[in-house]
Structures are given as structure tokens and as C-alpha cells.
Ligand binder design. Structure first.
Ligand SMILES: Nc1ncnc2c1ncn2[C@@H]1O[C@H](COP(=O)(O)OP(=O)(O)O)[C@@H](O)[C@H]1O
Ligand SMILES: [Mg+2]
Length: 507
């Protein structure tokens, strides 16, 4: 039961009455998810269709990860006819994107057309009824999904669609324009810390009505009024720990350290395999498949199911199918208990399992970004594919990060030139000056005359995109001399580049 949230719940009821968008802001443990859940429950009771997604720390760089979560489950459970209606009209492009997983749509304005297609898909799904779009932990959502949410938020007028977004404001960069595009059109709710009376109500809900005022007040002080920490102190009947915390109110230990210690103690009550499974689940993240976690640890699925049930009993997991931690703070606590080496091993195994199961390349790459470089051709291929998809969906910064990691793998000398050119293209689209270094290196590594002319053209275009006209002219000049009369088409291309760049070069 939620205490002291009457205002917030009234605002969510209003959202369901009128449509529009509500943003719930607050630090970890303040009750954002609880409010989102309540909003979803109320919508479902009212016969609404609901689409849900949750950002995760791991998948911040996986473009459209949150959008995929929102739609994929709903689409998978549809009949062919319903799907036809969902993808009618301008929504067709969204269909290509969401169903044809690996397809790179190679249009120049893909990203914008896709935003528009996804908007129409949302409108079609709302149809004659009403639709709630709920995004939790949006501070970890990928930037393109946030861009789309902003696009949707500004076009809700006339649709029977309501949007609820929860996020930790301190964990999004203040300059993040996609976030401000959303908050500027939303009603913002900021659930606060519980006061002593509200905390006492929570304590008595759990421990019974006979708990003394003094004890309630001590628990309130120890938790700082944060509902999650209060719950943690009351968890699992661990009375010793309650005293422990109460005797050292505001003690030297940080709250997150207290949680890490509590969680470790709870896991130790179970079979030793439970710690291993919890570690794999922390790496795979909320909502993963239990069979993937089982495979990562090398245990069979039955054993994993039993252990997961145990982890639910000791309140480390909130659910076992699909597995979900009780709270992101608990997931982070389990992850922090792994050694750096264990983390890397789990990420590598997770990538293999996900790829074998045909997961989206961006999801596989999210794990590979956390694996040590090992000149592995498979890893390199996955990173490049994911980067191509990121570019096609309008996420050059993410593509750039993937390709930087690919370059560190490192590629074989022949492949290096290709990776450098892709990285330069990503960087220049992202407005990063380093684009020049990559494409210059690609040129210096290339001996073949025709290939050199083509890359020189890219070098010139890169300089031009960064308004460095003098260098653009110089590099084109040199390339023209080099190619001589060996290739008329390439020469013409370079001549044209020279004309354009030359207009800006005062010489
Ligand atoms: N107002 C409240 N009254 C009672 N319990 C609450 C309240 N808000 C949150 N909780 C509980 O505190 C815990 C943390 O809340 P959660 O919604 O997960 O926080 P957040 O999403 O902001 O990190 C959950 O167990 C939740 O049920
Ligand atoms: Mg939450």
C-alpha cells in the first residue's frame, strides 16, 4: 500500500482521464516505480491497452532499445490481421524496423521517418480505445528512444494516449535536450521522502500495529524517510539487522554499502549456486531469460529455476519469470560483489548466448562493450553490425562508441581501414573533430591508387564537414596529382570536391 502519495495518485488519475504526459522525478527508492505500477494497474482496470519498458544501465547505448521493449511484446502476441492494422499507413516503416530485426534501412532520413512511423504505430494501437505508454528508469533509456518519446509527447493532442515516464533527474545530463523536450510538455511529479507518520504507517503494515512510536521513529531516522531503505531495514525478518541499523543512525556506512551487506547475507542463506546465478542475472539485467542466465553459469534450467525461486524468497529477486531484481539498487549491489574478471566473463558468455538466440545486435554489443579486447573476429563483426544499425537509426554517438571499441579489439590490418572509415563517418555525423584523425589514418594505411583516391575524397569531405576548407582543398589537390589520368570517374569526383571546397578557401 502506498502511503502519503494522495497528490501523485490524483495526478495519475487525471492523466488517465485526459491523456497527456506525466513525468515522475526522484532519486532511487523514492517510489517512482510504485507509482508507475499503480498507474498501469488503474489503466488496465479501465480496459486500457498498456505498453511498458524500463531503461537499464547496460543498454543505454543500444539505440531504440526502450522502443523495442515497448512494442515487441505487444506485437508478438498479435494475430496477423491485428498486426496489419497496427502497421497500416505511415506505420509501415516501423514494421520493417521492429520485425525485420537485422535489416538496415538505408534511407538518408531514416531516423526521422522512423520516429514518424513509430508515432503512427502508437496511434494505430490506441485505435478506438485508449493506450498507456509507461517508461520506467528513463534516465537509462537510450537517446533515440528518448528522442522518440519527446516527438510523441509533443503530438499527443487528439490521440487517446497517455504517457508516464519515471526517471532520476540527477542521472541524466542536464544538457540532455531530449529529456528537456519531454519534461517541458509534461506535468512533473516529485514524490518526496516519507515523514515520520508515513514511515510509521509503513512499519506497522509490515511488523504489526503494536510496534512502538519510538521504534517507528528510529526506523524512520535510520532510513532517512526513503521508502526503499525503510523496506530494506524491515526485510526478511532479519531482526538483527534492524537493530544494527537503528543503533547507528546516520552511521559511517553509506546506505548502498548497508544494502550490499544485507543482500550478500540474504544470498548466503541459500545454496552456493544461488550467488553464481544472482551474479549472472545482475549482468544480464532485469527481464532477461532465465535460460540465458543458466547457460552463462553452466547450470541446467531446473537448477536455475529452483535457485531463482530461492532468490525470490530471500527478497533479492522480485520475480523469477522473467527474472527481475527486487530493485535496481539490489541489482547494483549484486553486480558490485563480482570481481572485474567475473563480470567480463559473464558479459562474454551473455553475448554468445544472446547472439545464438538471435537477439538484436545492439543488445549483444552492449555486453561486448564490457569485454576485454582480444583480437576476436566475431566480436569485431558484432560491434560493426551494431554500429551500422545505430547509424541507420540516427544514433551516431552510440555508433562511434561501438566502433572505438571495435578498433581497440583490434581488427586485422586489412579490416582496420574499413573500421577507421566507419568510425570517421560516425564521428563526423556526431560532429566530433576526431573524425579527421581516423580517416587520415585510413588513408596512410592504404597503398592501392584507386582506394587512396576514394579515401582522400572522404578525408576532404570530413574536413569540409568540419569547416576546415584549407585542409580540404590541400588533400584534394594532392589526391588529384596522385591519381593522374588513371581513373576519369574518380578524378571528376575530386575535381567537384575541389570546386566546392575552393569556394570557401580564401586562397
Ligand atoms: N509511498 C510509499 N508507501 C509505501 N511504500 C512505498 C512508497 N513508495 C515506495 N514504496 C516502496 O519502496 C520501495 C522502493 O520504491 P520504488 O517505487 O521501487 O522506488 P524507485 O522506483 O523510485 O526507485 C518499493 O518496495 C515500494 O513498494
Ligand atoms: Mg524504480
Amino acid at each position: 500500500m502506498l502511503v502519503a502519495r494522495e497528490l501523485e495518485l490524483a495526478a495519475l488519475d487525471e492523466l488517465l482521464d485526459t491523456g497527456g504526459i506525466v513525468v515522475i522525478e526522484g532519486g532511487p527508492g523514492l517510489g517512482k516505480t510504485a507509482l508507475v505500477e499503480e498507474c498501469v494497474a488503474r489503466a488496465r482496470r479501465g480496459g486500457w491497452r498498456t505498453l511498458r519498458a524500463q531503461g537499464s544501465e547496460l543498454e543505454v547505448g543500444f539505440s531504440f532499445g526502450v522502443v523495442r521493449q515497448l512494442f515487441e511484446r505487444d506485437l508478438a502476441s498479435m494475430t496477423e490481421a491485428d498486426r496489419g492494422r497496427a502497421f497500416a499507413g505511415p506505420a509501415a516503416l516501423a514494421g520493417d524496423f521492429l520485425i525485420g530485426r537485422d535489416r538496415v534501412v538505408d534511407a538518408h532520413d531514416t531516423s526521422f521517418a522512423l520516429l514518424h512511423g513509430l508515432y503512427w504505430l502508437t496511434a494505430n494501437l490506441a485505435g478506438d480505445g485508449s493506450l498507456l505508454v509507461a517508461v520506467d528508469d528513463a534516465h537509462w533509456a537510450d537517446s533515440v528512444s528518448m528522442r522518440w518519446l519527446g516527438y510523441l509527447a509533443r503530438r499527443l493532442e487528439g490521440l487517446s494516449v497517455a504517457v508516464v515516464v519515471a526517471m532520476r533527474p540527477s542521472e541524466v545530463a542536464a544538457s540532455d535536450r531530449f529529456v528537456s523536450a519531454i519534461t517541458s510538455v509534461a506535468s512533473v511529479l516529485r514524490p518526496g521522502l516519507l515523514d515520520v507518520a508515513a514511515a510509521a504507517a509503513v512499519v506497522r503494515n509490515v511488523l504489526g500495529s503494536r510496534v512502538s512510536d519510538a521504534r517507528c521513529a528510529a526506523l524512520w531516522r535510520a532510513s532517512g524517510g526513503n521508502p526503499f531503505y525503510l523496506g530494506e531495514l524491515l526485510r526478511g525478518g532479519s531482526r538483527a539487522m534492524q537493530h544494527d541499523a537503528i543503533e547507528r543512525p546516520g552511521g559511517l556506512e553509506r546506505p548502498t554499502d548497508v544494502v550490499t551487506r544485507h543482500v550478500a547475507t540474504r544470498i548466503r542463506r541459500l545454496d552456493p549456486g544461488a550467488a553464481l546465478l544472482a551474479g549472472a542475472l545482475a549482468i544480464l539485467g532485469d527481464g532477461c531469460e532465465l535460460r540465458h542466465a543458466a547457460a552463462v553459469t553452466g547450470m541446467d534450467l531446473d537448477t536455475a529455476s529452483q535457485l531463482a525461486a530461492g532468490l525470490v524468497d530471500v527478497e533479492v529477486l522480485g520475480a523469477s519469470d522473467p527474472p527481475r531484481f527486487l530493485h535496481p539498487i539490489v541489482r547494483a549491489a549484486v553486480e558490485s560483489s563480482l570481481s572485474a574478471d567475473e563480470r567480463r566473463r559473464f558479459h562474454r558468455a551473455a553475448a554468445t548466448e544472446l547472439a545464438a538466440d538471435r537477439a538484436a545486435p545492439g543488445q549483444v554489443a552492449a555486453h561486448l562493450m564490457r569485454v576485454s579486447p582480444a583480437a576476436d573476429a566475431w566480436v569485431l563483426g558484432c560491434l560493426r553490425t551494431a554500429a551500422r544499425l545505430a547509424m541507420a537509426s540516427g544514433a551516431p554517438v552510440e555508433a562511434s562508441e561501438l566502433l572505438r571499441r571495435a578498433l581497440a579489439e583490434p581488427p586485422a590490418p586489412q579490416e582496420r581501414v574499413e573500421v577507421l572509415r566507419e568510425l570517421a563517418a560516425a564521428d563526423v555525423t556526431a560532429g566530433r573533430a576526431s573524425a579527421v584523425d581516423w580517416v587520415e589514418e585510413a588513408l596512410s594505411l592504404t597503398a592501392d591508387q584507386r582506394a587512396r583516391a576514394a579515401i582522400a575524397h572522404e578525408v576532404a569531405q570530413t574536413y569540409a564537414a568540419l569547416f576546415r576548407w584549407v585542409e580540404a582543398v590541400d588533400v584534394t589537390d594532392r589526391a588529384l596529382v596522385e591519381i593522374g589520368d588513371r581513373d576519369a570517374a574518380l578524378s571528376a569526383l575530386l575535381e567537384a570536391e575541389l570546386v566546392v571546397d575552393g569556394m570557401h578557401d580564401a586562397r
